[in-house]
Write a protein that binds this ligand. Structure first.
Ligand code: SF4
Length: 323
């Protein structure tokens, strides 16, 4: 039996695509997923930012499918080629059980990855898990291409929002992710998330308990887009927590796209992190530039993330402490 939010999927407007398909009857829209819950992986993950992974790991649950088509997607095996890979179809109660299992295993939080197209199914399952004892924070880890209306409907169920800001140039969003309005959508999404949970708050051990942490992946050769993203975030508030990611690697179809068919240079990354400081952003996480290969998962394996990718490999740190 579906939960009340999932029952809205008769004319899907879960995300900005507004496909209007009846996912409850098995129809699929742009994301390729009907109303059933399909996940590709659930397990403890140490590769997120320190406030998310902590010391025991983040309880990550990866949904199959996606409402973007990023040509460089590092998770393409489960986001765009999920029909060929391993997925599990779960009931809402089974997803709730997975959350509780991860909590029992010591997860600092439950971290829903690629959640935009599954927002209502996720929300119903969270409610079921909370009724059975889920107490760790819930993290909504999305590409930022979210529906503000949908976010408003799940208010109170998410503790930590972990959205991307990918583009502030629509033509770049169209070229690389098939989203020609990403830059129009993301400002409202981030404002709604901040309105719900505020700026990032951590406990005594530095683990996130509430708030927004925005991620930005710097694309090689597209520093103008990155500067616009950071400028927008600084305009929201200099207290906005942001993770500036250097891990870009030309995976999936990226080698077919001149300009992004290479990794990022140190000069490019330094220029963007320096720009963040110049803007007055005070809560910035950075990565080591050699992180490109540490983060590349292989979802054809039982353990998609290289267990040798230690948390020190992410080496995110607060720029304000690196003066
Ligand atoms: S969630 Fe999927 S079906 Fe619904 S509007 Fe978005 S892309 Fe379309």
């Amino acid at each position: 039996m579906n939960g009340p939010l999932t029952n809205q999927l008769t004319q899907c407007e879960s995300c900005p695509r507004k496909c209007g398909v009846n996912r409850l009857e098995g129809q699929t829209g742009f994301c390729g997923i009907d109303a059933r819950i399909r996940i590709s992986h659930a397990g403890l993950h140490l590769g997120e930012e320190p406030p998310i992974s902590g010391t025991r790991g983040s309880g990550t649950i990866f949904f199959a499918g996606c409402n973007l088509r990023c040509v460089f997607c590092q998770n393409y095996q489960i986001s765009q080629e999920f029909q060929q890979g391993r997925t599990r179809t779960l009931t809402s109660a089974e997803l709730a059980s997975d959350m509780l299992r991860l909590q029992d295993q010591g997860a600092h939080n439950i971290n829903f990855v690629s959640s935009s197209h599954m927002i209502f199914q996720m929300a119903d399952a969270i409610q079921a898990a909370k009724a059975k004892g889920l107490v760790v924070p819930v993290v909504y880890n999305s590409n930022g291409y979210d529906s503000v209306d949908a976010l408003r409907q799940i208010r109170g169920l998410v503790d930590v929002y972990l959205p991307d800001i990918k583009y502030m140039e629509n033509e770049v969003g169209e070229r690389f992710s098939a989203a020609n309005d990403y830059a129009d959508i993301i400002p409202g999404v981030l404002k709604e998330m901040l309105n719900q949970v505020g700026h990032l708050e951590t406990d005594d051990e530095g683990i996130a308990v509430r708030g927004v942490l925005v991620r930005h992946l710097v694309l090689p050769g597209h520093l103008s887009n990155s500067r616009k993203c950071l400028h927008f975030l600084a305009g929201l508030s200099p207290d906005t927590a942001i993770s500036i990611m250097s891990q870009y690697s030309p995976r999936y179809k990226a080698c077919d796209y001149p300009g992004i068919n290479r990794t990022l240079t140190k000069d490019e990354y330094d220029e963007i992190t320096d720009y963040a400081l110049d803007l007055g952003l005070e809560n910035v996480f950075i990565q080591e530039l050699d992180s490109q290969n540490h983060y590349l998962p292989d979802f054809s394996q039982d353990r998609p993330f290289n267990s040798s990718s230690p948390i020190s490999g992410s080496s995110a740190s607060d720029l304000s402490g690196n003066d």
